[in-house]
Design a protein around this ligand. Structure first.
Ligand SMILES: Cc1ncc(COP(=O)(O)O)c(C=O)c1O
Length: 410
């Protein structure tokens, strides 16, 4: 029983609570900026000013030209615009994606494949990272677009994007898109430093509202709108702007980036603390994804052999601990997660995949409470008592499945 204790929310990769400053700004925008930004009168101009201000704030986070931003209905919408929009502008060709992309990219790639595009899904190593040589082998003269996420939503692995993009630039004229949804507030997102052509963001992963996101598009990149109608967003996405949501996105992104230097090391340390406690308390438990700096701050992900993750999540919820089995974005799916398959996790281990993700308000006490609950719930589901012994060392663990406690920083 959770008793009187408030629940511990460790599912920030699924979504984050909107910050009070953000919803206050949104409430003010709803009241004062109700006009249609396309209207020439004062109410319309007030709404337009709010959209322009949010565009400037978000552009500053990305070190980008505000004119390159297209506001969308979220991360999936932006991913669709990137892939389908480039595909429509360039005609049939070859698309390269990593095997661990979010469904918004993977399913869109599959739809393009059905429409005549050739698609290569580049595999990853056991830590979930794309190797530049594998990417190089996938490139063809007719490759038009490469889409590699900045960091993974299920296991938190950070792609060596700089290296991968440099590799593409040396060998190909293909455009590069990155889905940076999970990286907002966790990694620097300067588009010039990343050297990408298109970048996807979503407000609700960075303490902003759901249903609003953005695609940044480098000047000169041809894109065909996928939602046609009015000429909003430079004609790239029709529909009266979600002024309130856009205000929320601009401010949330600005605040997330401002506190990143303090939050990133703090959350890395919290996640490492959780990993250590779970590995010590659940026999046979493995940490999935990359270790140390190779994974996003705040990500603690596991494979717990013999522990059905769906039952574990329900049991933890009853204990007041809110976590996810694999990716919440793909919840309801009965097939094994493509990400866990891609890192070579055997299905028996994948069935025990647990994702805990901390946030800006998470405390060490909450992490300790969550770890104790995971240990107790795993033992109960295995029909054993919690294992007080230190974990047995496996010989030569593969790098993506580690019993080694990650380095603690900050
Ligand atoms: C990496 C990644 N891309 C895209 C999305 C989709 O974003 P949205 O929920 O805003 O459509 C998510 C959501 O979980 C994600 O984690």
């Amino acid at each position: 029983m959770a008793g009187a204790l408030p629940p511990v929310y460790l599912d920030h990769a699924a979504t984050t609570p909107t910050r009070p400053e953000v919803w206050r700004a949104m409430a003010a925008a709803e009241a004062d900026g109700f006009g249609n930004p396309s209207s020439p009168h004062a109410a319309g101009r007030a709404a337009r000013a709010l959209v322009d201000d949010a565009r400037d704030r978000l552009a500053a986070v990305l070190g980008a030209d505000p004119g390159g931003l297209v506001f969308t209905g979220g991360g999936s919408d932006a991913d669709n615009l990137a892939l389908r929009g480039v595909a429509a502008a360039m005609g049939p060709g070859h698309l390269v994606v990593s095997a661990v992309e979010h469904e918004a990219v993977l399913r869109t790639a599959a739809a393009l494949e059905a429409a005549g595009w050739a698609v290569t899904r580049v595999g990853v190593d056991r830590t979930g990272r794309v190797d530049p040589d594998r990417l190089g082998a996938a490139l063809r003269p007719e490759t038009r677009l490469v889409s590699i996420m900045t960091a993974n939503n299920e296991i938190g692995s950070i792609q060596p994007l700089g290296e991968l993009v440099a590799f593409v630039r040396r060998r190909s004229a293909a455009l590069v898109h990155t889905d940076a949804v999970q990286a907002l507030g966790r990694l620097p997102l300067d588009v010039a430093a990343l050297d990408v052509d298109l970048l996807t963001l979503s407000a609700h992963k960075g303490y902003g509202p759901k249903g609003v996101g953005a695609l940044w598009v480098r000047r000169g990149v041809a894109l065909v709108p996928q939602c046609t109608g009015g000429l909003q967003e430079r004609g790239l996405r029709a529909g009266t702007e979600n002024v309130t949501g856009i205000v929320g996105l601009g401010l949330a992104a600005e605040l997330a980036e401002a506190e990143r230097p303090t939050q990133a090391p703090r959350q890395r340390a919290l996640a490492d603390r959780l990993v250590r406690a779970v590995l010590a308390g659940v026999s046979g438990a493995l940490a999935t994804g990359a270790a140390g700096d190779g994974r996003l701050p705040g990500f603690a992900t596991f494979a717990l052999p013999g522990v059905p993750a769906d039952l574990l999540v329900l049991r933890l919820d009853r204990a007041g601990i809110q976590v996810s089995a694999g990716s919440a974005c793909a919840s309801g799916a009965s097939h094994p997660s493509p990400v866990l398959e891609a890192i070579g996790l055997p299905p028996a281990l994948g069935a025990g995949a647990l994702r805990c993700t901390t946030g800006r308000a998470t405390t060490a006490a909450e992490v300790d409470r969550a770890a104790a609950a995971v240990v107790a719930a795993a033992a109960a589901l295995r029909g054993t008592t919690a294992d007080p012994r230190p974990p047995r060392r496996r010989r030569g663990p593969s790098p993506g499945l580690s019993r080694e406690a990650p380095t603690v920083r900050g």
